[in-house]
Design a protein. Structure first.
Length: 136
């Protein structure tokens, strides 16, 4: 993923994989629509597991997953913008993100206003955007 084309709130093209079939070509034209099926998937950072998907959206321009980190960060839920997802493996029921556990742990905490708060989304997009460079 190059810095010039990273978009925090849209899923990347060709993020789907599977051992038994080529779901990449099947879903390359439509990377939305299956995100609700991601609930319960394991979430893997670059250096290990961080929890399970508690919720996901597929809204163009505002997609994200909510991860229940369990005891790892004292039960904190974190929002990961869709652009951080590197790969979804349907066979292994796992989402792979291209950030480390510490980078996710240090992300802005959700306040009282909720997941849809524009200020929170701006802070979160800016936080992750710093790792990719300028956003689209």
């Amino acid at each position: 993923m190059t810095a010039q084309n990273w978009d925090p709130w849209n899923y990347r093209e060709n993020i789907y994989s599977g051992r038994d079939r080529d779901v990449t070509s099947e879903l390359a034209e439509d990377t939305t629509g299956r995100q609700h099926d991601l609930v319960g998937f394991r979430v893997e950072a670059t250096d290990g597991s961080i929890g399970k998907v508690d919720g996901a959206t597929d809204e163009v321009g505002s997609s994200y997953v909510v991860v229940d980190t369990g005891p790892w960060i004292f039960g904190r839920k974190v929002m990961l913008p869709a652009g951080t997802i590197e790969r979804v493996d349907w066979d292994d029921k796992a989402i792979h993100v291209d950030r480390s556990k510490d980078e996710i742990k240090d992300s802005p905490e959700l306040g009282e206003t909720g997941w849809d708060d524009p200020d929170y989304r701006d802070r979160l997009g800016g936080y992750y955007g710093d790792y990719y460079g300028p956003r689209v």
